[in-house]
Unconditional design. Structure first.
Length: 365
């Protein structure tokens, strides 16, 4: 039994294995938010044929990789920069911009606050209100963007709420921030899972605004966190040049660069992923909608945030009930503005989703 104060990230399978005596290979992680289809079949069948690439240094500019990404996101290759996961790019961006005061839309991923704090900046949160289903109130946000704010951080779709800001509203935010001299960092890690990607994909806006940088990676949608490949889209060429000058050379190895070139062109895999997530998102929302002891918030990404309405049940109760069956969900009580009545889980295969729902609903009845 663990203490209530202990919480786990989706990658903490070794810790779970130690505490619960469950082999990590037997754990189905509904906490990591990774594509249940696994890695791209095209990548799996062809990457081994390129193994000789490790005998040479990668192209310092990653020209072919950036071209593939540009085609995938419908942007100019010169507006693409790649890094060792989006984490490296977040860190470099914060080091260069060195924000004194940043406003983060939350509850959200903790790495943003960590990087800003390490850089000596102060962080404040714009709170997404539960009463508004964790959707953004544009007018209230504008009021929070004071003259001393120099950076706005947005995760879109947001983790853990799975809510999203439309491209039209993002344009309004960029206009407001432009007037106030505020740069906007948008993390689009989960955008490819959205029902209507074009509704929230802000990559096209980088062609019109120089105060936005968009961060993405392959860890979630392409199920390849171990490759550590991230990229950013930005129309501010001076900023990209500065990031490139600060970045260590060859932070992406040869095989990871080739893998990126392959997976971004696997159209059948991309289509199958979106089809599976869309179907399961709809089905699971219907099931949860019939349960009186939970409230869910309309999800845009490949995961869903749930509030427990049964008084005597906590997020840890559900976590432990699930992990005993080898199913790992996310206890959300450590996120800002959430408490021990919130959990999050991602959508896996239909059979795996059914197994999890059976456990959760038995406790919640």
């Amino acid at each position: 039994m663990i203490k209530h104060a202990d919480h786990f990230h989706g990658s903490d399978l070794e810790t779970i294995e130690k505490i619960y005596g469950i082999k990590k290979e037997d754990i189905v992680s509904f906490s990591a938010n990774v594509n249940p289809l696994g890695i791209s079949p095209k990548l799996k069948s062809t990457l081994s044929q390129r193994i000789d690439a490790i005998m040479s240094y990668p192209d310092r500019d990653y020209t072919e990789l950036r071209k593939c990404i540009a085609l995938y996101v419908n942007a100019e290759a010169e507006n693409i920069i790649v890094g060792n996961g989006s984490t490296e790019l977040i860190s470099l961006f914060i080091q260069i911009k060195h924000p004194k005061k940043a406003l983060i839309i939350g509850p959200t991923y903790s790495e943003y606050e960590r990087e800003i704090t390490l850089g000596g900046g102060a962080t404040h949160y714009y709170r997404l209100e539960e009463e508004n289903d964790f959707n953004l109130d544009l007018h209230k946000l504008e009021e929070e963007l004071t003259a001393d704010t120099d950076l706005l951080v947005i995760c879109n779709p947001n983790n853990p709420t799975s809510t999203a800001i439309s491209k039209n509203d993002m344009r309004k935010i960029l206009d407001i921030c432009k007037q106030k001299g505020i740069f906007v960092m948008v993390d689009e890690t989960y955008v490819e899972f959205a029902p209507d990607i074009q509704e929230i994909n802000c990559a096209p806006l980088t062609g019109y605004y120089n105060n936005i940088i968009i961060l993405r990676g392959i860890s979630k949608f392409f199920a390849a966190p171990g490759l550590r490949l991230g990229y950013a889209i930005c129309g501010n060429l001076d900023l990209l040049k500065e990031i490139n000058q600060r970045k260590n050379p060859w932070t992406i190895n040869s095989l990871a660069a080739i893998a990126g070139e392959i997976m971004f062109t696997d159209e059948e895999y991309i289509k199958d992923t979106r089809s599976l997530i869309t179907a399961e998102r709809t089905r699971i929302c219907q099931i949860l909608g019939a349960c009186p002891n939970v409230r869910f918030y309309e999800p845009t990404a490949n995961f869903i945030l749930i509030k427990i309405l049964k008084e005597e049940v906590t997020s840890m109760d559900l976590f432990e009930a699930a992990i005993r069956e080898g199913l790992m969900i996310r206890d959300c009580s450590t996120f800002p503005f959430l408490n021990n009545k919130f959990i999050r889980f991602c959508f896996m295969s239909p059979a795996q989703n059914d197994a999890l729902l059976k456990v959760l609903l038995e406790v919640l009845r």
